[in-house]
Design a protein around this ligand. Structure first.
Ligand code: ZN
Ligand code: ZN
Length: 336
């Protein structure tokens, strides 16, 4: 059984290729990056040189799969035609960048029907997905991420993603499972029997062959909370044993597990996203090794809460705004 790869969301500020070095620095075996600042519509124009440099550095690195996470603003179920066009453009841009750097694909929050119900927006969402795939005719996959089950956000139930995939019927359309979101939505992945039930439902509603990638996040809140609060690996309600159950499950064999965790606080209490310690924790779970010793982090110079962007790091840097934990997928910051 192919083992999982332990990966992480990393910043690509200072040039998209800078993400490779950041991934290597924390021991990631796969990485996820934003193609553009996640809270703005303006797409970053990556130069041909930067894209080529990414491919070179990637080829020379120990990093395997690369994934992009679409910006948070996109909503394929929006009622606003202008917002829909901007959403389409953002995903087409992400898929185009993915192909240009040899990434496996793009993870997308499909959007929110704002309480109107999936039936009401089903046709629009499916037509829009097909249009996006036509407009970016490469090989990068488009992986729809499951949601925490909150409000009108599409994807709390696997059946919602399944009906989209089965209607669009494009081999590039796939699914990303976020462990925190699934747990929040009531799927008990932390329990052996609960996981078996979860993956049986996934297989019947979506099809296991469409599972492309995993977001590996522990959950601050209990099963079925319907709220998206990522926690460091082993410190939440999924826990160390829960992740062992997930990692050992055949359903996830060979997949990249991408961390979008808040990070272990430094001496000033600041969290900076996926780090070497979380990578080491998930590796220890996978490899049956010892739980890693705490890796002390000196406080960043002059660090105060919220200082990250003021220190010259652009918003493209981080999986979410300011010092919020990198949810890389969270409706709470994405308003999706
Ligand atoms: Zn996620
Ligand atoms: Zn999330």
């Amino acid at each position: 059984m192919a083992r999982i790869a332990v990966g992480a969301h990393v910043s690509s500020s200072g040039g998209i290729y800078a993400a490779i070095e950041r991934g290597e620095a924390i021991g990631a075996e796969a990485i996820q990056i934003f193609p553009s600042a996640p809270q703005t519509w303006r797409a970053t124009a990556h130069t041909p040189e930067a894209l080529a440099r990414f491919r070179e550095l990637h080829a020379a690195s120990a990093i395997g799969e690369v994934w992009l996470h679409n910006i948070y603003l996109a909503n394929l179920a929006t009622e606003d035609p202008e917002m829909l066009e901007k959403s389409v453009a953002s995903v087409v841009h992400a898929l185009t960048v993915a192909d240009a750097i040899g990434a496996r694909g793009v993870v997308l929050h499909t959007g929110s029907h704002k309480g109107r119900g999936l039936d009401e927006v089903h046709r629009q969402v499916c037509e829009t997905l097909a249009r996006i795939l036509d407009a970016a005719p490469g090989s990068a996959k488009l992986a729809l991420e499951n949601a925490a089950g909150h409000g009108g956000v599409i994807g709390g139930k696997f059946a919602e993603l399944g009906t989209l995939l089965h209607t669009v019927r494009d081999p590039r359309l796939a699914v990303c499972v976020d462990t925190c979101h699934a747990f929040a939505a009531g799927y008990d992945l932390a329990d052996r029997e609960g996981l078996a039930i979860t993956m049986t439902e996934f297989d019947s509603e979506i099809g296991l062959e469409h599972l492309a990638v995993v977001h590996a996040n522990d959950s601050k809140l209990a099963l079925g909370s319907e709220r998206d609060r990522h926690e460091n690996i082993g410190d939440g309600h999924i826990g160390r044993e829960g992740f062992r159950t997930i990692v050992e499950s055949g359903a996830f064999a060979g997949k990249a597990f991408l961390l979008e965790v808040p990070g272990i606080p430094d001496e000033a209490g600041k969290q900076d996203g996926p780090d070497a310690e979380n990578v080491a924790r998930l590796r220890a779970i996978r490899d049956g090794g010892e739980w890693p010793a705490h890796i002390a982090k000196p406080a960043a110079k002059g660090a105060v809460r919220g200082a990250a962007t003021r220190r010259g790091r652009s918003a493209a840097d981080r999986p979410s705004r300011g010092t919020r934990p990198p949810s890389g997928g969270s409706p709470r910051v994405g308003r999706a």
